[in-house]
Design a protein around this ligand. Structure first.
Ligand SMILES: *Cc1c(COP(=O)(O)O)cnc(C)c1O
Length: 726
């Protein structure tokens, strides 16, 4: 395998020439000192290029680079960062967590397939929680030294950029991902030409060609398949262009590229994973392709080949919403797979049966993945139960509670999601090796050693950064003539740093009930407009381009934010992405989450807020059932009300108002000490950090995956390999 740098060479001073190389490994993005090496050269440009070092180095003034190369302090930091970076590629066998604790996995890499990865705001190949979870998973795999190859698609139009028009309707602006401006590298073969992988669609005589790009994520390579290749007909070149764009057929083509193309790409690069992990049903065709390989290469019948694949495979399901599972009509499956049945050694009916679920029509990708993976999980304890309930009928005669599906609760990559300022503070008070021991509650009990005043001052600082960020965004929009004064208010310019601030940001799927807080307008207005103890709410979130229901909810909030009776205390921040999300987690006082239970599989935004000291106010669903410590005070839990939807909305909204009025507002505003520090509130902040950060760190999550699912799958793979030799 040869990497090609398909872009203009950048001239850097000799002393710091590796800034270019560093910018091509997203490792820099979760090491604040590495980010500083770029930012400090030109902070304004750094913001303009959305913290993308590849672009930054193209545009930064060469004189600034030269001055930095002659600055001893800069060079000292540079050397330290590069030293840490080089240690990454040193032998992971001895020093990493996996090397020390599970050395058998060092020589057994896992392939991890996901339709999206949220790694950095400037690499828009994610739409929401699923992608960010996948990104956090592979960053953590790198941190722990877990050998992993990640596979996804290169979406040249990303997801969407969100702008609201003057009546608050979401406009879906196309994002443009230019590979030359990203840390993406085109992979070349030994012959110096791009590696090209072929996958058949409806006509196997004319397969689609795919190029393969690589993004390096610490120790982990992420391979991105790209159908925009010379020689493909025009209609195929756009298949991988847009994440979740287009119709059923478009989606099916993308999943064929991801699953079948992904396996072929790893083979073409010369990589042989020992075991395989499909993150959500989108990736399930990878399992079929491996069955096909065994049939072709080991001469097995379908049943034996499928058993071999099952033994070495892990599948994670992420949604309890039935419509969230991909189902393709049988005639579409016929059109794309008629040539594949014989290669699997089965008939059309046997093939379709692999995707059958109950008496439902169509080919269900989750059912396929469940059937072809021996290790299966949901993403919280509750979601494990719900998943067993939804799928236990795949194992006739097995009771629901014994259905072979376990759960591993999601977690978040703390070095990515704890603000650099908070990390600096934690560095000061937590044990020096807290980064290596993020999952250890012992480490986090040291949060209590932080003086209240210091934590509070820092919080006010990051809250100020959030409000400034929103203001600067609004200023740009205002000065371009696109905003009327009402929108300037609705974008948060009247928000105050000293006022209790609630954050609510997520995809506008209806079950998340973004407008629940408006259930009783008068009561909400009284809470927000309390003259001595005001409350403000910041909303953000995108609706899926095809979801007019979600867009209506956004519009409703937009008009509420403009409504003079709320005094400018409600704001909608446009274009929810990883950048504004990170500012929100570190800047708000309380994180609100009010899904309709039990439809929140896990939820992860609240974990990120808690790790920055923003306690959760949330319906007891998903992760919060495990995260809330009840009366001990790390946040507030609301028991789901059982009843019809309208009554449920009413009762749960009232419970939220009660908690805000009776507990949250007094705790925030009363009992201030001589320095005006709210001591009861800071105690809650500390409880949120110290209890939630370790338990919901991605480090805890990936260690759980290793112990509960990856070890069995890798051992299953070894058994299979022994048989294959015999
Ligand atoms: C964490 C995160 C999500 C997922 O949040 P949920 O609580 O699962 O809805 C979505 N988008 C962004 C940008 C995030 O950072």
């Amino acid at each position: 395998m040869v990497h090609a740098v398909d872009r203009p060479q950048i001239e850097l001073p000799e002393r710091i020439y590796r800034l270019d190389e560093l910018g091509f490994n997203l490792w820099w993005s979760w090491h604040p000192e590495a980010g500083w090496l770029y930012r400090t050269l030109d902070p304004a440009l750094w913001d303009t290029v959305e913290w993308n070092p590849v672009l930054f180095l193209r545009y930064v003034d060469p004189n600034r680079l030269q001055r930095a190369a002659e600055d001893p302090q800069y060079c000292e930091t540079y050397d330290r960062v590069m030293g840490q970076y080089d240690a990454l590629t040193d032998d992971a066998t001895t020093t990493s967590w996996v090397g020390k604790n599970e050395p058998s996995l060092i020589s057994r890499p896992v392939a991890y397939f996901s339709a999206e990865f949220g790694l950095h705001p400037a690499l828009p190949i994610y739409s929401g929680g699923l992608g960010i979870l996948a990104g956090d998973h592979i960053k953590t795999a790198s941190d722990l030294g877990l050998p992993l190859f990640a596979v996804s698609l290169l979406y040249r139009q990303g997801y969407l950029l969100q702008q609201l028009d003057s009546v608050g309707w979401q406009q879906d602006v196309t994002a443009n991902l230019e590979p030359w401006a990203e840390p993406t590298t085109l992979l070349l073969g030994q012959d110096g030409k791009p590696i090209i992988v072929e996958v058949p669609f409806d006509d196997p005589a004319n397969p689609v060609k795919l190029a393969v790009w690589c993004v390096q994520v610490g120790r982990v390579p992420l391979f991105l398949l790209d159908a925009d290749v010379e020689g493909n007909p025009d209609w195929t070149r756009t298949i991988s262009s847009r994440l979740y764009g287009g119709d059923r057929e478009h989606r099916l083509r993308q999943e064929i590229i991801l699953g079948i193309g992904g396996v072929r790409a790893l083979r073409a690069i010369g990589l042989n994973p020992t075991y395989w992990h499909a993150n959500e049903g989108h990736a399930a065709f990878a399992l079929l392709e491996r069955v096909r390989e065994f049939v072709a290469s080991a001469g097995l019948g379908f049943d034996d080949a499928a058993e071999w694949v099952r033994q070495s495979s892990v599948f994670t399901s992420h949604t309890p919403v039935p419509a969230g599972h991909d189902v393709f009509p049988s005639d579409l499956m016929d059109r794309y797979f008629w040539h594949y049945w014989a290669q699997l050694g089965i008939s059309r009916d046997e093939f379709l049966a692999l995707g059958q679920h109950g008496s439902n029509e169509g080919f269900n990708m989750t059912a396929l993945a469940m059937r072809l993976s021996a290790q299966r999980n949901g993403v919280s304890q509750k979601h494990g139960e719900v998943t067993r309930h939804m799928w236990h009928d795949l194992w006739p005669g097995v009771s629901e509670s014994r259905a072979p599906i376990t759960s591993i609760t999601n977690g978040v990559h703390l070095p990515t999601w704890i603000s650099p300022d908070h990390q600096e503070l934690y560095d000061k008070y937590l044990p020096a090796n807290w980064h290596e021991r993020q999952e250890d509650p012992e480490v986090w009990s040291a949060i209590n050693a932080i003086p209240d005043r210091e934590l509070w001052q820092l919080h006010l600082h990051t809250k100020g950064q959030l409000l400034a960020y929103m203001r600067e965004y609004t200023r740009r929009r205002w000065s371009s003539g696109e905003f009327d004064p009402g929108r300037v208010v609705a974008s948060g310019t009247l928000l105050e740093r000293e006022a209790l601030t609630i954050g609510f940001a997520r995809r506008f799927a209806t079950y998340k009930r973004a407008t629940l807080i408006f259930n009783d307008i008068d009561r909400l207005a009284r809470i927000l407009n309390n003259p001595m103890k005001p409350v403000q709410i910041i909303f953000a979130g995108k609706a899926h381009p095809a979801d007019d229901g979600g867009k209506s909810l956004i519009q409703e909030i937009y008009w509420k934010a403009r409504d003079p009776r709320f005094n400018g205390r409600i704001a909608f921040a446009e274009n929810y992405d990883m950048a504004i999300a990170a500012k929100l987690y570190a800047g708000v006082d309380v994180w609100l989450n009010n899904p309709r239970a039990p439809l929140e599989a896990s939820g992860t935004s609240g974990m990120k807020a808690a790790a920055n000291g923003a306690p959760n106010l949330s319906i007891l669903d998903g992760w919060w059932i495990e995260g809330w410590d009840g009366k001990n005070g790390n946040g507030w839990g609301i028991h789901p009300f059982v009843g019809d939807e309208q009554t449920q909305n009413h009762e749960e909204a009232q419970a939220i108002y009660d908690l805000i009025e009776n507990d949250i507002v007094p705790r925030f505003y009363d009992n201030r000490d001589a320095d005006n520090v709210p001591t009861d509130w800071v105690r809650t902040m500390k409880a949120a950090i110290s209890t939630n950060a370790p338990a919901f760190s991605a480090q805890r999550m990936v260690i759980d995956y290793i112990r509960k699912l990856y070890l069995p799958a890798s051992e299953g793979a070894e058994r299979v390999a022994e048989k294959a030799v015999r």
